[in-house]
Design a protein around this ligand. Structure first.
Ligand code: 3PY
Ligand code: MG
Length: 252
């Protein structure tokens, strides 16, 4: 999607959400909400490979860029998401520079990487392969997740990997991995988040984070974090209904 990578790697805040409901209607409704982008969550949902393309297509109908969080590091998963027409990928659980390099290699065509050429939806089912090849390396966004103690320990080498656009913090996994889960671990977790954000900034990379609500987005923006994934379609569906029901019961 034109301009998506530039927008995400620019100085301004971008806000998206995860799509975890495996149906194009949910993606269309979410896209119509006016977010900067969507992230179809193939890692933590019941979305299967065959569904990815329909969900990306549903986002495209609204002109909303849709990236895909792949379930792991396999180049085949990254290729499947990108061939479906995703605007980028979010690769979870990157713990070493070698893993980050492998994500770059799977995302970029030669000479930058080793992505394979195929007649998928992204290249107009084969009719626009030359055009797609000419623009894909510059237009697709690669975000990698730092969410393990090992990733935190290796952060300076990871952020230095060329071809990675966004260093994305997964606070849930990170808190569990560094022994900072729950209210007692807040200080430890926040210091790890600050360390990752500072390392990303120093390497000239954009830093992103997942937040369940917008409550502390201002606080993290002050640390230079600009790329936000806020909740998910499923979370907002539940929260919206709960708030509506509470208000209806209390209405005088
Ligand atoms: C985490 O918090 O672990 C995440 O992966 C959020 O996206
Ligand atoms: Mg995670």
């Amino acid at each position: 999607m034109k301009g998506f990578r530039e927008k995400c790697t620019g100085p301004n805040r971008v806000v998206g959400t995860f799509c975890a409901i495996p149906h194009p209607v949910a993606v269309e409704v979410t896209a119509a909400a006016g977010l900067d982008f969507l992230c179809i969550d193939w890692e933590h949902s019941q979305i299967g490979r065959e569904r990815i393309e329909d969900l990306v297509r549903a986002a495209d109908v609204h002109g909303t860029p849709a990236m895909v969080r792949v379930p792991g590091h396999a180049p085949e998963w990254i290729a499947a998401a990108l061939d479906a027409g995703a605007a980028g990928v979010l690769v979870p659980r990157i713990s070493t520079a070698a893993q980050a390099k492998s994500a770059v290699s799977a995302t970029r065509y030669p000479p930058l990487g080793e992505r394979g050429v195929g007649p998928g939806r992204a290249s107009g089912y084969g009719y626009r392969i030359p055009d797609y090849l000419a623009s894909a390396n510059e237009s697709l966004l690669l975000a990698i997740q730092i969410e393990t103690a090992e990733g935190l320990a290796n952060i300076d080498e990871i952020v230095a990997v060329e071809g990675v656009d966004v260093i994305f913090i997964g606070p849930g996994d990170l808190s569990v991995s560094i022994g900072a889960f729950g209210p007692g671990g807040t200080e430890k977790l926040e210091s790890a988040i600050r360390q990752i954000a500072a390392a990303a900034r120093a390497a000239g990379k954009v830093c992103g984070i997942f937040r369940p609500t917008a409550e502390d987005v201002g606080k993290w923006s002050a640390e230079g974090i600009t790329f936000y994934l806020l909740g998910s379609d499923a979370v907002f569906l539940g929260a919206g209904l709960a708030a509506g029901a509470t208000a209806a019961r209390a209405a005088k």
